[in-house]
Design a protein around this ligand. Structure first.
Ligand SMILES: [Zn+2]
Length: 366
C-alpha cells in the first residue's frame, strides 16, 4: 500500500476532560479572589445581535443535513479570530484578543499594528469557559491584556512553538497542550444537568492542521521575519461521540466538523487536509482573511495571511458546507477588505455558501 502521500493518523496525544461543573476560572482575578472577590462573570454570552442557522430549511446545499445526530453547536464571533464555540454545555474560546480600537500590538521586531475595532464582549465579561484553542502565539491572537490577565492553570491548546513561549517565562502557563500538524487530542465532555444526552459519550476531537504564515522560501532569508511571524496551526474540530467501550483510540462518530484555517497563506501543504479527511465533509470553515501585510525592517512588504483570492481558493479546496470569514478588518495591517472577498465569492458563484457575521453575531449548526 502506498502510504507516502497520506498524512499520519496517529492515536490522540492528550486527553483533557471538559466538565462544566468543575471549570477552572479563566482569569487570575477570579482564581485568586480572597478578601475582595471581583464580580462573578456572567453565565452566558450576550444574546447574539443576529443568528444564522445552517443548514437552513431553504438550503440548496450539495450535502444533505446530518439528520441522525443532534449537534446544535453555535459559534459566536467576538472579533479578529476570537470566537466562542458552544456545544453540549461546554464553551471553547479561540484566539483570545480583547484589545480595543486604538490599542497597539507588537507583532515582532519593528512591526506594530493598531487595532481598529472593539471586541463584541470584554475579557472580564466572558461566561465560564472550558479551554482555549490558540492557533499561534502572535499578539493579534493572544494580546498583552490576555497574557497578563489569564489564570495560569487555564487549559490552552496550541502549537509546539506557543507552548515553548508560554511555559518558559516567569509566571509561566501551567496547562498548555501542544499539537503539531495532524496530531490530535480528545476532549471528552461531561454533560451538565439539563443537557440532553446522546448515544455514546460526547467528545470533541481536536487535530492540528497545517498552516504557513510566511511565504515559502522567505523564512530562511531573514531571522527578523521568523521573529515577526511565528508558526501557526489550523484546527479540525470534530464534535461527536465515542461508542461506550470498543472504539479504537481517537475514533469518533462525528456529527459536525469545523475547520479553522489559522493565519495561513494558501500553500501546497493545505492540500494534505482533504487527503486526511478521506472524503468526509467539513460543515463549517472559519477562514482567517485580511491579507495581513507587514513591513520587515530589511525587507519589502510581506503578505502573511490570505487575501480575498486565496480565501476563495481555500473554499474551493476544502469544499465546506458553509464558510464564515473572520480576521479581516480589526487591525491596520489587514489590507484586504471583506468587500474584496465578497466580490471574489460572487465571481466564483459561492455566494450561497458564505455567511458574513458581524462582531456580536452567531451562527448555529444543526
Ligand atoms: Zn493574525
Amino acid at each position: 500500500m502506498d502510504t507516502a502521500n497520506t498524512p499520519p493518523d496517529a492515536p490522540p496525544k492528550y486527553q483533557l476532560e471538559l466538565n462544566p461543573l468543575k471549570r477552572i476560572p479563566l482569569l487570575k482575578a477570579h482564581a485568586h479572589a480572597h478578601a475582595h472577590p471581583p464580580p462573578k462573570p456572567p453565565t452566558h454570552l450576550p444574546v447574539a445581535k443576529k443568528s444564522h442557522t445552517h443548514p437552513s430549511d431553504t438550503s440548496t446545499s450539495a450535502h444533505p443535513p446530518n439528520t441522525n445526530k443532534k449537534t446544535s453547536a453555535s459559534l459566536y464571533f467576538i472579533g479578529t479570530a476570537t470566537t466562542v464555540l458552544e456545544w453540549r454545555g461546554i464553551r471553547i474560546l479561540t484566539d483570545p484578543n480583547f484589545l480595543h480600537a486604538g490599542d497597539h500590538v507588537h507583532l515582532g521586531p519593528g512591526v506594530t499594528a493598531k487595532r481598529l475595532t472593539n471586541p463584541a464582549v470584554d475579557l472580564d465579561a466572558l461566561p465560564p469557559l472550558d479551554c482555549i484553542l490558540l492557533s499561534h502565539y502572535h499578539a493579534d491572537h493572544f494580546d498583552q491584556l490576555v497574557e497578563a490577565s489569564l489564570n495560569r492553570q487555564f487549559p490552552i491548546i496550541s502549537t509546539p512553538h506557543a507552548k515553548k513561549e508560554l511555559t518558559n517565562k516567569p509566571d509561566a502557563f501551567q496547562a498548555v497542550y501542544d499539537l503539531d500538524f495532524f496530531e490530535s487530542m480528545m476532549l471528552p465532555v461531561v454533560l451538565p444537568p439539563g443537557v440532553e444526552g446522546m448515544a455514546g459519550k460526547p467528545v470533541v476531537k481536536v487535530t492540528g492542521m497545517p498552516g504557513k504564515h510566511v511565504p515559502p522560501g522567505i523564512l530562511s532569508m531573514a531571522n527578523d521575519v521568523a521573529g515577526a511571524v511565528p508558526p501557526t496551526n489550523g484546527w479540525m474540530l470534530e464534535l461527536g461521540s465515542v461508542a461506550e467501550g470498543g472504539a479504537a483510540p481517537g475514533e469518533v462518530e462525528t456529527g459536525c466538523r469545523i475547520y479553522i484555517s489559522g493565519d495561513t497563506l494558501f500553500v501546497d501543504e493545505l492540500k494534505e487536509i482533504p487527503k486526511w479527511l478521506k472524503n468526509e465533509k467539513i460543515d463549517l470553515m472559519l477562514v482567517h482573511l485580511g491579507g495581513t501585510t507587514i513591513p520587515g525592517p530589511s525587507l519589502p512588504l510581506l503578505m502573511v495571511t490570505m487575501d480575498a483570492k486565496q480565501g476563495v481558493q481555500l473554499m474551493q479546496l476544502m469544499d465546506p458546507e458553509v464558510t464564515v470569514p473572520i480576521h479581516f478588518d480589526d487591525y491596520d495591517v489587514f489590507l484586504s477588505p471583506l468587500g474584496d472577498f465578497k466580490e471574489e465569492v460572487e465571481k466564483a458563484g459561492w455566494g450561497k455558501r458564505v455567511v458574513y457575521l458581524d462582531r456580536g453575531m452567531s451562527i448555529g449548526l444543526r
